[in-house]
Design a protein around this ligand. Structure first.
Ligand code: ATP
Length: 468
């Protein structure tokens, strides 16, 4: 959690038991990470940002498959969190906000990381990232490492609006998407029929001037978040109830979509570690190739945001209970997940190198393509025509890939690599009957590699049932 307060972890060498546990549980696997990065580029998932200009540190571009994968994650999240709940509304607020909003939320003053500089080479690091500091010291083998005192470094990215030089207004690209929900709390009360407890959900870009971007997309300077702000009565029991509820709900969500619970753990923030707004904070961490790493935080923000926006804007944003008539500022239980970190960890978890194939065992809802359609031979027009008809039919239901290159084995291999759960092959039996009845296709399942005969008329239902 980014916080205004500096802190240092207890060095593991002073605690041998902890150090041993840490080594067993989180032994980093740099080779796997290298493999994933090059795989992601080779198959068009993720490219370095502005690559033909030698890149821009901390930025990444999602290619055709990455964009589909990311959209699938966001769609699954939105469906489950907004569309299938009665107590949640979704919004899409602007990235650029009146800078007063960032003063009110405390980000101008306290959205900081502790920065230190290597006195030998002047490279900068986060003072609370011990591993990186230790690793850097080894790059100067003949000199004793020496560091500047930690300085507060604000992560907000400034931007300038206006057309007249010298009169441009300084604003910030949003450092987290939360503020867009908080400043619209009153609008939502006035224009919808929500009743407490209810939540505001949002997905969108955030920007941070990270001191040391790295570990692929894990720490980027531009990234996306998916957040819920859940407003409750200002009461400790309510806060505990909903805090536990959202912790469990989010854990279950990630497990349902493929993260192995043995690769997950909770990290509770100590008071000095918490962000300026948080009264309680837990992260879910994933056992990644570069160690345990956070990808979602659950925070009890109390009435910090609404109180501050009320004070700074001069607007009354209190809630009036329709039954009791009580007027109060609700408390907010937040879940804040990174889309990019979620994608990265789903990708790592799904990546399986088997004896003779590489297979991405993604949950079907997250897979970029849900189905691939192949004509057995690309040079037989009746086969191609039938396959094209099926392809177009499926396209109105699912994201479908078409492949008529090489032989069937190669096509399976290629679809396994990108996580396509089902491949449909149209062959001569489809047209004329033979070993299989006429009008059937072969559906091959990615993980088991099992092949099933399915009638064309039943294909959509067959796939829909298995893709849910
Ligand atoms: P960290 O401690 O790793 O800097 P944080 O605690 O500051 O992260 P939050 O402010 O809680 O992160 O943001 C919520 C989520 O947004 C994080 O759990 C993460 O998934 C995502 N996120 C935050 N910073 C970044 C970043 N620089 N790059 C990618 N995702 C990020």
């Amino acid at each position: 959690m980014t916080t205004g307060v500096f802190h240092f972890e207890i060095p593991l060498e002073f605690c041998p038991i902890l150090a041993t546990i840490e080594v067993i549980m989180a032994a980093p696997e740099p080779n796997l990470m290298g493999e994933i990065v090059s795989f992601a580029k080779r198959r068009g998932f993720i490219y370095p940002g502005s690559e033909i200009y030698s890149g821009l540190a901390g930025t990444w571009d999602y290619g055709p498959l990455g964009a589909l994968f990311k959209k699938s994650i966001k769609d699954a999240w939105w469906t489950d969190v907004v569309e299938r709940r009665e107590d949640m509304v979704g919004i899409d607020a602007a990235i650029m906000m009146n800078p007063r909003a960032w003063e009110a939320s405390g980000h101008v003053e306290a959205f900081t990381d502790p920065l230190i500089e290597c006195k030998i080479c002047h490279q900068r690091f986060r003072a609370d990232h011990e591993g990186e500091i230790k690793a850097h010291a080894t790059t100067h083998p003949n000199k004793k490492a020496s560091w500047t005192e930690p300085k507060k470094f604000n992560l907000l990215v400034p931007a300038f609006l206006g057309v007249i030089e010298g009169e441009k207004q300084q604003i910030y690209l949003r450092g987290e998407i939360t503020n867009g929900a908080q400043v619209n709390f009153k609008n939502i009360l006035d224009t919808t029929r929500v009743k407490i407890p209810f939540g505001i959900a949002q997905i969108g870009k955030a920007f941070r001037n990270e001191i040391t971007p790295g570990n692929f997309t894990f720490r980027s300077r531009e990234f996306e978040q998916m957040e819920t702000q859940f407003y409750i009565r200002p009461d400790n029991k309510e806060a505990d109830k909903w805090f536990s509820y959202w912790k469990q709900d989010r854990w279950d969500w990630y497990v349902r979509y493929g993260l192995n619970p043995r690769h997950l753990r909770w990290h509770e923030h100590r008071p000095q570690e918490r962000a300026h707004y948080a009264q309680q904070a837990f992260d879910i961490e994933y056992h990644s190739p570069f160690g345990w790493a956070e990808f979602i935080g659950i925070h009890d923000r109390g009435d910090w945001d609404l109180k501050r926006h009320q004070e700074f804007s001069g607007q009354d944003v209190r809630y009036r209970d329709p039954e009791s008539g009580d007027v109060f500022l609700p408390w907010d239980i937040e879940t804040s997940a990174g889309v990019d970190r979620s994608l990265l960890f789903f990708l790592i978890e799904a990546y399986h190198q088997e004896d003779d194939r590489l297979v991405l065992k993604l949950h079907p809802r997250l897979a970029p393509y849900k189905v691939a359609v192949f004509p057995l031979l690309a040079n037989k027009p009746p086969l191609v025509k039938q396959a094209r008809d099926i392809f177009h039919q499926l396209q109105s239901h699912f994201m479908v890939a078409w492949d008529d290159r090489g032989n069937i084995g190669k096509r399976y291999y290629s679809q396994d690599e990108i996580g396509t759960p089902f491949c449909v092959t149209i062959d001569f039996d489809t047209l004329e009957g033979g070993k299989r009845p006429k009008g059937t296709v072969t559906v091959r399942e990615r993980d088991s590699m099992k092949q099933t005969d399915v009638a064309i008329g039943e294909l959509v239902d067959y796939l829909r049932e298995r893709l849910a």
